[in-house]
Structure formats: C-alpha cells, structure tokens
Design a protein around this ligand. Structure first.
Ligand SMILES: Nc1ncnc2c1ncn2[C@@H]1O[C@H](COP(=O)(O)OP(=O)(O)OP(=O)(O)O)[C@@H](O)[C@H]1O
Ligand SMILES: [Mg+2]
Length: 273
C-alpha cells in the first residue's frame, strides 16, 4: 500500500508521562477504512497509545503524522471511550451536535449532520430525549454518533463496548462491521477482548513487555479473514489462539488508575516530532 495514502503514521513513537515512557518503538501506518485493534494487558499502555496518536500527549521520541482534515465541517480525529460521556443537560441531538460546534456549520447544517449519524446508529427517534432516558447500549451508540458526526479521518475507540452486556455488545460489534463499509475513517480500536479484536480488525497490534520498563509492540498480526460472518470463518479460532499466545502476562504495574482527558476530538492540522 502506498505510504502517502495513509491517514496515520507512527514512526518509532514513544509516549508517556513526564519524561517516563509508557510505550516505545511503536511503528505502524494505517490507511482509510482499515481497522487496527490494539490489545495488551491492563496497564500495557493502550489508552496512552491513543492519547499519543491523537496528539493529546506529545511524543517523547519519534513522531506521529495524522492526515489533516481538509473538508470544512470535519475534524482530523475523534474518540469514543468506554463510557459514553454524554452531557446530561443536553438532549440527545444536542450531544451529537457538540463536536460540530466551532466548525463553521450553520445551525441547520449541524442539525442535519447530527440526524444523519443518529440515523446511522438507528436512534434518530430518540433525538429529543435526555440521555438518562436511554439504556447503556443506546447511550454508547449516541457517543459513537457524536464521534462519527465530525466525519473524522481517524476514529479512536478505547474499549467502547466493554461496559455492555454480551447481547448488546454483539449487536454493536455487528454494527461496527457494517459501519466500516460506509465510512472512509480509519479506526484504531483498543480492547481487552482478543476475540473482539480478531472479529473486527484488519490487523492486531499486541502491546506488552517482558520486564520492567516501557512496553513495546510484541506483534503486529494481519487478520486475513472475510469480514462478513467472520465468527464462522475457518481460521477464526486459530487466529484468536495466535494472538493469545503473543500476549505476555508478565509485569504490568496497573495499580494507578489512568485519568483520561475529557477531550473528545481534535482539530485538524497537527504534526509532531
Ligand atoms: N496521567 C498519568 N500519569 C502517569 N502515569 C499514567 C497516567 N495515566 C496512565 N499512566 C500509567 O501508564 C501506564 C499505562 O496506562 P494505560 O491507561 O495506557 O493502560 P491501558 O493498557 O489502557 O490499561 P487498561 O487496560 O487498564 O485500560 C500505567 O502504568 C499507568 O499507571
Ligand atoms: Mg485503557
């Protein structure tokens, strides 16, 4: 694949806090419509990686190139978290419009855009409800609509389905498979769940470490399975086993709860390094 078609390129990236790297030597590129899953033990640095890739954390070494968003009314990236983080005092539609403010769209354009993405997550009829009137799974879909509404070139998802029950989770996974065929965005998808990683991705990046010190990319495994009905594809289970065998369970000092930024999307031109 032509490197210039990439919307995201991490080059020997190190990220961390203060001058202490949590992760180092991260090197990968991502093209439009591709989904890379990031797995690893708790504390391995998955959320920190997303913060580094989005520019919320500056690189300690190496660089990140994120394609600037050139179309008006859009953003370079947006993020979906484990919890939907909806503002309780804004109706559903106003929550989805949140990221569109300050992008130079008229009120009508914002409204139509929000409605388009509410339709995509099949919740348009809930537009005038308050967030507390929705189930957890519905709230998470609103969070996804909000992130999609800015039409990002890269969508970062940090364990977006992990707080949901198994049935809702399956539905949303299926929804994401379909969504991928409709959106040009590239997706970086963090999950604890190896089956989910293999189910949804084109590639699985395994973060881990063998001893104290920063984590690294232990493996970058292509998933060469059809996206439709992948659970039943020959090779699905063995791929899961391959990824499991790569995950190291050795030291992961995850005793500090990470405090994530409230920032949910970023403005276009950013370059690092
Ligand atoms: N704001 C912070 N300041 C200092 N250290 C932090 C901060 N946030 C996270 N860390 C540390 O960075 C390391 C990686 O944390 P991170 O949240 O990226 O892990 P994770 O892989 O996302 O874990 P989990 O699966 O539990 O979400 C941990 O050791 C954590 O304690
Ligand atoms: Mg995390």
């Amino acid at each position: 694949m032509n490197a210039s078609a990439r919307v995201l390129q991490a080059t020997d990236l190190a990220v961390g806090f203060g001058d202490v790297p949590v992760l180092e030597g991260v090197h990968f590129g991502l093209e439009p419509q591709k989904l890379i899953a990031v797995v690893g033990a708790s504390g391995a640095g998955k959320s920190t990686l997303l913060r580094g890739l989005s520019g919320l954390l500056p690189p300690l070494a190496g660089s990140v190139a994120l394609a600037p968003q050139t179309d008006p009314g859009t953003r370079a990236w947006s993020m979906v978290f484990q919890a939907p983080r909806l503002l309780p005092w804004r109706r559903v539609r106003a929550n989805v419009e949140l990221g569109l403010e300050g992008l130079g769209l008229s009120a009508t354009e914002r409204r139509l855009r929000a409605e388009r993405y509410l339709q995509q997550v099949e919740l348009l009829e809930y537009a005038d409800r308050w967030p507390h009137m929705l189930s957890g799974g519905q709230q998470q879909r609103i969070g996804l609509a909000r992130a999609l509404a800015v039409e990002p070139r890269v969508l970062f998802m940090d364990e977006p389905f992990s707080a949901l029950d198994a049935i809702t989770r399956r539905r949303l996974q299926q929804g994401l498979v379909q969504l991928r065929q409709r959106t040009p965005a590239a997706i970086v998808f963090v999950t604890h769940d190896i089956e989910e990683a293999v189910l949804l991705s084109d590639r699985v990046l395994v973060l881990g470490k063998e001893r104290a010190g920063p984590a690294t990319v232990q493996a970058d495994l292509p998933v060469d399975l059809p996206l439709d009905d992948r659970r039943n594809a020959p090779g699905f289970r063995s791929m899961i086993q391959d990824v499991e065998s790569m995950i190291r369970t050795t030291p992961h000092p995850a005793d500090t709860a990470a405090t994530e930024s409230q920032v949910i999307e970023g403005d276009p031109p950013r370059s690092h390094g």
